[in-house]
Design a protein around this ligand. Structure first.
Ligand code: HEM
Length: 453
């Protein structure tokens, strides 16, 4: 082969030797991925003790045990929930037990494949605005992470708040970014279980921006309820009208607010990153970019790209899936053991921290051929995306409720962009994958963008 497949796209520097306390603290502050031992890409499970006992589980049976079969014995870690609770309250993402189950059942109707198809036009419109913004700037060097952030925010704020929020939309966007940046800084030491006496870079206080964000959400909810604007197809209407099939109860106003904000927080940056890394990989491998463009141009030569077109774009889907394998936006899931147990023959005690390093799972040589290579065609076989070693959206009852939404959006946006524009990495671009809540390129990624005829 004379093309790029023998080259390796950027990857994180995992720990090649055990890190002491000082090493862990320094590494975690720099990049949480650096606390993952390289061994986690070669073994099914790695255990240790730094501040407290921890286990990293990559073994598919072990993951199934934690995420699917024994969910109640392995709740989400308090640390992970504490980071987001001030902004999104006890929403679907945070709640446990019967409170979680009731919210999940009530929200399910808003995420059926039919419901997601119906919000396709919002995604198509955002894709068209994105393409025209980028086209009017091209030829140019652009940070596409910023462009995707704007486009995915348009989509999620449209379907949660509607277009009535106008100027307030920017305020919500700024509030969320500022909150997440603070939360990320405050959380890294908590993620590794460091005791309270180690100074945090910033203590998490309730950000005034978060108060604004909640106030705006409440105004929108009240306004839409008063004006009977809730009979549409968007997430807001479906959630406001959704009833728990077991109890027949709708969500309370506070639950509605918390969940709408959750969808914005959980769905905006993750989808941006799936897109940014996909485009990085296409710029990295020009041959695959050409092949993907040919597919889009053959299938949908001109005009609007809609949700109905997605089934005709298998290569684009494979690229998005492969990008989330190499750079899973949610690269590390955290659980706490509540029980005495055994996983992969190892003792697990109550209180042990269970780290599920999706980044290392997706590059583990026990489960993947050429794990660091960019080979989207491996997803041509649908078994790959359903494999227990591929978990970009988690697994079991707490798996991502928005996965269909995210895939539809990512495919529409990526296909629309590459149909009309050509992307190369700007000279010297060697993005560094860094985990701060999500797996991002440390300084964004700059592309040389050129229009195509
Ligand atoms: C590429 C984009 C996305 C990725 C990679 C992603 C990933 C994930 C993962 C891994 C989880 C499970 C977390 C855990 O088990 O600890 C999760 C949960 C969740 N996600 Fe997503 N997500 C994405 C997009 C979205 C979107 C678009 C929405 C909503 C519109 C959303 C809403 C949620 C919610 C509400 C949960 C919590 C579900 C529960 O606990 O019942 N996500 N996501």
């Amino acid at each position: 082969m004379d093309h790029d497949c023998h080259r390796i796209p950027v990857k994180a520097q995992l720990a090649t030797q055990p890190l002491g306390i000082a090493g862990i603290v320094t590494a975690a502050r720099r990049n949480v991925l650096e606390i993952i031992p390289e061994l986690a890409t070669r073994q099914p499970m790695v255990s240790g003790k730094v501040f407290r006992r921890w286990h990293m589980v990559m073994d598919p049976d072990g993951l199934r045990h934690i995420l699917r079969d024994r969910v109640d014995d392995y709740p989400k870690s308090e640390v992970a929930k504490g980071v987001v609770r001030p902004a999104i309250g006890n929403s679907l993402f945070v709640a446990e037990g019967s409170d979680w189950l009731r919210q999940r059942r009530t929200a399910a109707g808003a995420f059926t494949s039919r419901a997601i198809r119906r919000i396709g036009p919002v995604m198509t419109a955002a894709a068209e605005r994105l393409v025209s913004r980028v086209k009017s700037a091209a030829p140019a060097t652009l940070d596409m992470c910023e462009e995707f952030t704007a486009a995915t925010f348009e989509v999620i704020s449209d379907v949660t708040f509607g277009d009535g929020v106008g100027m307030q939309r920017d305020l919500v966007n700024r509030a969320i970014s500022s909150y997440l940046a603070g939360a990320a800084r405050a959380s890294v030491l908590d993620i590794i279980g460091a005791p309270a006496w180690i100074p945090r870079l910033r203590t998490l206080v309730t950000d005034p921006a978060v108060r604004d964000m909640k106030r705006i959400a409440e105004q929108v909810i009240a306004q839409r309820a008063a004006n009977s604007e809730n009979d549409g197809d968007d997430l807001h209407s479906l959630l406001a009208n959704g009833l728990d099939p077991e109890t027949g109860r709708p969500m309370t106003r506070t639950e509605l607010r918390n969940n709408l904000l959750t969808f914005i927080v959980a769905g905006h940056e993750t989808t941006t990153l799936a897109l940014t890394w996909s485009l990085y990989l296409l710029a990295f491998d020009q041959q695959i970019q050409d092949q993907a463009r040919r597919e889009v141009r053959t299938m949908i030569s001109s005009g609007r790209l809609s949700a109905a077109d997605i089934s005709r774009l298998p290569t684009i889907r494979q690229i998005v899936l492969e990008s989330m394998r190499l750079y899973p936006p949610a690269a590390l899931l955290l659980r706490t053991s509540r029980v005495q147990d055994e996983i992969c023959g190892r003792e697990v005690r109550p209180g042990d921290m269970m780290m599920l390093p999706i980044y290392a799972l997706h590059r583990n040589i026990c489960y993947w051929d050429n794990p660091d290579g960019f080979e989207p065609q491996r997803f041509a076989d649908s078994k790959t995306a359903n494999s227990p070693a591929y978990l970009p959206f988690g697994a079991g009852p707490r798996a991502c409720i928005g996965s269909g939404f995210a895939m539809q959006e990512a495919i529409i946006l990526l296909a629309a962009l590459i149909r009309d524009l050509h992307f190369m990495l700007a000279p010297g671009q060697q993005p560094e994958p860094v985990m701060v809540l999500t797996l991002r390129p440390r300084k964004g990624i700059r592309f040389n963008v050129a229009p195509l005829g």
